[in-house]
Design a protein around this ligand. Structure first.
Ligand SMILES: [Zn+2]
Ligand SMILES: [Zn+2]
Ligand SMILES: [Zn+2]
Length: 162
């Protein structure tokens, strides 16, 4: 499991590493990594938390990169469709992927108290859902896995003292 959202880590290198991985992926696949797309990914990476489209648009507007909602939505569409970012349905918000460009089904652990989100790998075709699907002859193309709970930080505060 890769739960970078809940861990202490070398954040400066994490942002740089993710941006250069996406840059390389775009170059290899002839995708346009425009200034706005890059900035939106950087904004998402900077906090490892899910952000709504309007929150992102506010930053873009302040920086003079665009003030119309479609600017943010188009950049997010691009990032999501190439798996550089994901949409967290429960929060109606977006989060940067922790292993951009790779084919994977993300699973999200969402803290109900502080809204921190960690991405974990899920293999719906192998778990319980997959067993039920194969028994019924159903082929899973996409699954949304979002778990709600308390992150390690918030659990510390929530647990009664021993
Ligand atoms: Zn980081
Ligand atoms: Zn991902
Ligand atoms: Zn929390």
């Amino acid at each position: 499991m890769d739960t970078i959202g809940f861990e202490q880590h070398d954040h400066k290198n994490c942002v740089k590493g993710a941006l250069s991985a996406v840059e390389a992926h775009c170059a290899a696949h002839k995708l346009q990594f425009t200034a706005v797309r890059r900035r939106v990914l950087e904004i998402l990476l900077s906090e490892h938390r899910a952000m709504g489209a309007y929150e992102i648009l506010d930053v873009l507007r302040d920086e003079g990169l665009g003030s119309q909602p479609p600017v943010a939505y188009r950049a997010l569409d691009f990032l999501v469709s190439h798996r550089f970012a994901h949409k967290v349905e429960r929060l109606n918000a977006f989060i940067a992927c922790t292993h951009p460009g790779e084919t994977h089904t993300p699973a999200f652990l969402i803290c109900r108290s502080c809204d921190a989100v960690a991405e974990a790998h899920a293999e719906p075709s192998k778990g319980m859902l997959g067993r039920v699907a194969s028994e019924t002859g159903f082929f899973i193309e996409q699954a949304v896995v979002e778990a709600i709970g308390l992150c390690p930080q918030c659990r510390k505060g929530a647990l009664p003292c021993p």
